[in-house]
Design a protein around this ligand. Structure first.
Ligand SMILES: Cc1ncc(COP(=O)(O)O)c(C=O)c1O
Length: 361
């Protein structure tokens, strides 16, 4: 029986990527050493890094005046790095935020350690079931940036597209949707993503920064949180996560092999559509995000009879359908359908859910 991992992250990877890692782990491309034994100063690793960045640029159509950085510490480290690098642009160190999820709250909380923050819009009042309307004019022009979360991993909502119209640069946390759909990154000043959904293993972040936003770091910014340092040194100021960057190069190649981001987006939309249709026609399952705000990456729902949740989780695990419990802060159930989740996994989940409902739980 195949196993399908619906975890929100670390998440399921495409099988061909795992097979290639397995095949190359003991001897990386005839070097006689493993990729994880290779110095970050070798030309072999340099090629790996160049490939990861080049394919990322090609797949996203990223303009030349954006830098691509590999920054330590995952996405939450950027909750600190972003204000440290940007609030110096604002005379009153102000950052603005759109609150849409657990992680956007954490991002604002962290920015609040370095300066005042302002909430331009929030969906907290409706249980984070939507992306709230934002009045761009409410954004003070002397703010350093406005922070959004393009896909909300916990509550299963997403921005339809990257926003335009703010008087200050947009900073987007795209941890759970980068490389799963076409996004116009050039609408943003900074886009960042933790690796563990569609890029590779956790604890590293990909950070895309527009050239003019470098060089504003507060003087007390730690060396290894200063995006300018990463840009100057090609992310090699100290030893980066070699393995993560290698995996990213394979993930980018896999996306290219699928036909690029447009093709990957079609498949991801089909996968999510299959599951949402099942939820919409059921009288047991209740989707939690408003229809037009639904995430394609994280499908959140609950059971009308919540006492059935333990049985649902136990039986789904027995069927090889893993990690369907919702985030601890939101409760309920969640199926994460990143690039590595094949269509057959979603079909198996829908089949199980329909059977569970038919049998009365
Ligand atoms: C949207 C979003 N932001 C931030 C994070 C935190 O990522 P990390 O654990 O890499 O710090 C996550 C983790 O799932 C996330 O989904």
């Amino acid at each position: 029986m195949p196993t399908y991992n619906f975890s929100s992250g670390p998440a399921m990877w495409p099988r061909p990527v795992l097979h290639q890692i397995g095949a190359e782990l003991l001897d990386f491309q005839g070097t006689g050493v493993s990729i994880i034994e290779l110095s970050h100063r070798t030309s072999a690793f340099g090629e790996v890094m160049d490939t990861a960045v080049r394919l990322f640029r090609e797949l996203t159509g990223l303009p030349e005046h954006y830098h691509v950085l590999f920054v330590h510490g995952g996405a939450r480290m950027q909750f600190s790095a972003v204000p440290l690098n940007l609030i110096g642009r604002s005379p009153r160190r102000l950052s603005c935020h759109v609150e849409t999820d657990y992680f956007s709250l954490r991002a604002r909380e962290e920015a609040g350690r370095y300066g005042p923050t302002e909430v331009l819009a929030s969906s907290a009042g409706t249980g984070f079931d939507r992306i709230p309307p934002v009045n761009h004019e409410a954004c003070p022009p002397d703010a350093a940036y406005v922070h959004i979360t393009s896909n909300n991993t916990v509550y299963g909502t997403r921005w339809a597209e990257m926003p335009v119209g703010f008087p200050v640069p947009v900073v987007a946390d795209a941890t759970s949707d980068l490389m799963s759909r076409q996004l116009d990154l050039a609408r943003c000043g900074i886009v960042y993503a933790g690796f563990q959904k569609n890029l590779g293993p956790s604890s590293l972040a990909l950070v895309v920064v527009r050239e003019d936003l470098l060089g504003h770091a507060l003087s007390e910014t730690p060396h290894l949180l200063d995006y300018g340092v990463y840009a100057r040194t090609g992310s090699l100021s100290n030893t980066p996560n070699i393995f993560a960057i290698y995996v990213m190069s394979l993930m980018m190649r896999w996306i290219a092999d699928q036909g690029g981001l447009a093709a990957v987006e079609v498949l991801n939309t089909t996968k999510a559509g299959l599951l949402y249709s099942a939820l919409d026609r059921s009288s047991l399952y209740v989707p939690t995000a408003l229809h037009d705000h639904r995430s394609m990456a994280n499908v959140t729902f609950r059971l009308r009879d919540e006492s059935l949740v333990p049985a649902f989780l136990a039986r789904s695990e027995d069927q090889g359908l893993l990690a369907l419990r919702g985030h601890f802060s939101a409760g309920g159930l969640r199926a994460s359908l990143y690039n590595g989740m094949p269509l057959e996994g979603v079909e198996a989940l829908v089949g199980f859910m329909e059977e569970f409902e038919r049998c009365g739980g």
